[in-house]
Design a protein around this ligand. Structure first.
Ligand code: SF4
Ligand code: SF4
Length: 187
């Protein structure tokens, strides 16, 4: 399908509306700074922006209440990640099982923060509530390699969701309460 592009008219080709629109915004902020509520800018990084609730920052791995990795290397997040920022190395057939109920903890889990667009798909798709976008928006490093966060770093930054997420707490009871398969015929 070929998208038809409208031609710019003479007024638009002068770029005058865009320039005047820019001046309007500048004047609005100038008037606000001088006559009303003070500067609209902040002296970053001394002053930090307070992110609003629900802000989606960098994705980190979280631990359960016993300090265990919740990720089970299902690789759904790796598959769904639009810029392919996630790289997971499963433990393999000879890999040691993860602690607790985690049968297949990742041998390695990397997120390339230079690629990540903070879209939140990994958090949405994760069946284990093991990865969450947190509020970090200022990620810096002195090399590309430094911006690839490994499992230890992701877990350290993610921390433990102490109060909200108790995924494993009732896991054994829930498993026992499920129907057995094949489901026995009704009496
Ligand atoms: S937030 Fe989006 S881009 Fe970043 S790792 Fe998750 S899925 Fe990939
Ligand atoms: S973080 Fe979640 S979606 Fe990604 S591999 Fe681990 S369990 Fe699967």
């Amino acid at each position: 399908m070929i998208v038809k592009r409208e031609k710019l008219n003479f007024w638009e080709r002068l770029y005058a509306p865009a320039v005047l629109g820019g001046f309007k915004v500048t004047w609005h902020h100038f008037a606000r700074t001088v006559f009303r509520s003070g500067p609209v800018t902040m002296e970053y990084p001394e002053q930090k922006w307070v992110v609003p609730p629900g802000y989606r920052g960098a994705p980190y791995l979280v631990k359960d209440q016993a300090g265990r990795t919740k990720c089970v290397s299902c690789q759904l997040c790796e598959f769904v990640c639009p810029p392919k920022a996630i790289r997971i190395t499963p433990p393999g057939a000879s890999g040691a099982p993860g602690a607790g109920n985690v049968e297949k903890g990742p041998a390695e889990f990397e997120i390339n923060m230079l690629r990540c667009i903070f879209c939140g798909f990994c958090q949405e798709v994760c069946p284990e509530e093991a990865i969450f976008l947190q509020q970090d928006y200022s990620l810096t490093g002195t090399s590309r390699a430094e911006m690839i966060y490994n499992k230890e770093k992701l877990l350290a930054l993610g921390g433990t969701h102490q109060d909200k997420i108790q995924k494993w707490k009732h896991k054994a009871e829930e498993a026992q309460a499920q129907d057995v398969f094949p489901v026995p015929p009704a009496a």
